[in-house]
Design a protein around this ligand. Structure first.
Ligand SMILES: N[C@@H](CCC(=O)N[C@@H](CS)C(=O)NCC(=O)O)C(=O)O
Length: 217
């Protein structure tokens, strides 16, 4: 029923987010991998699937019809709606409203973190000289994580207790902090370890490592 079109796993932070959501649901899905950073080739290949020209893309085939969903957050929202039993959003409406804000803040923000600490999932890299804006965004992410963890993590270990779309959206940031050795306080470190121990994160990391070994990332 589902096909997820993703980019090179070592680099494609946006693709990792709905991948984590799909894995959390446990529904079977096929995966198509498009190699990124191949100049015009990448864009042309992605446009074979979606005119928006960006991965991730989710294809849903159902009852003889097909739907295309593009953009990481739209895919996560669609999956949450189609699989309420997976509780991809917190059950409490007020907590859910806050979790949605976390996901949206990530989706529309932190441009300097994304620029200076680009995802390289399986590598360990030196922390570059950070711009002030990047430092402020890192502080904001840590503050936001701590605020949620203090209130909710005892009920499941994740930002809002049980694993949610907020965690999906920040999964690539966990990877970046690990790659560049960003200094974080102990509760955040423990949260990062829980995220990195998820089978979905480990599988993504193993695939990313193979790409690096094969010289394609
Ligand atoms: N806002 C989009 C961003 C998607 C995006 O920028 N994807 C990158 C890969 S991570 C891409 O498709 N790049 C196309 C290219 O490299 O030509 C989302 O949330 O899905």
């Amino acid at each position: 029923m589902y096909t997820l079109i993703v980019g090179t796993k070592e680099w494609s932070s946006w693709s990792l987010r709905p991948y984590l959501a799909l894995r959390a649901i446990g529904a079977p899905f096929e995966e198509v991998l498009v190699r990124l950073r191949r100049e015009n080739l990448t864009g042309d290949e992605i446009k074979r699937y979606s005119k928006a020209g960006r991965v991730p893309i989710l294809k849903i085939a159902e009852g003889g019809r097909e739907a295309l969903v593009w953009d990481s957050l739209a895919i996560c929202e669609t999956l949450a709606e189609r699989h309420p039993e997976a509780r991809l959003w917190p059950a409490d409406p007020l907590v859910r409203a806050e979790a949605r804000s976390y996901a949206a803040e990530m989706h529309s923000g932190f441009a300097d973190v994304r620029d200076q600490l680009s995802m390289s999932f399986s590598r360990k890299l030196p922390l570059p000289e950070l711009r002030d804006a990047t430092k402020q965004q890192i502080d904001r992410i840590i503050e936001a994580w701590l605020s949620a963890l203090v209130r909710f993590s005892s009920a499941g270990g994740f930002l809002f207790g049980g694993f949610s779309i907020a965690d999906c959206m920040y999964g690539p940031v966990v990877s970046r902090f690990q790659t560049y050795g960003v200094d974080v306080p102990p509760p955040v470190k423990a949260y990062m370890e829980r995220m990195l121990a998820l089978p979905a994160m480990r599988d993504w990391g193993a695939a990313a490592k193979k790409e690096v070994e094969a010289g394609i990332a």
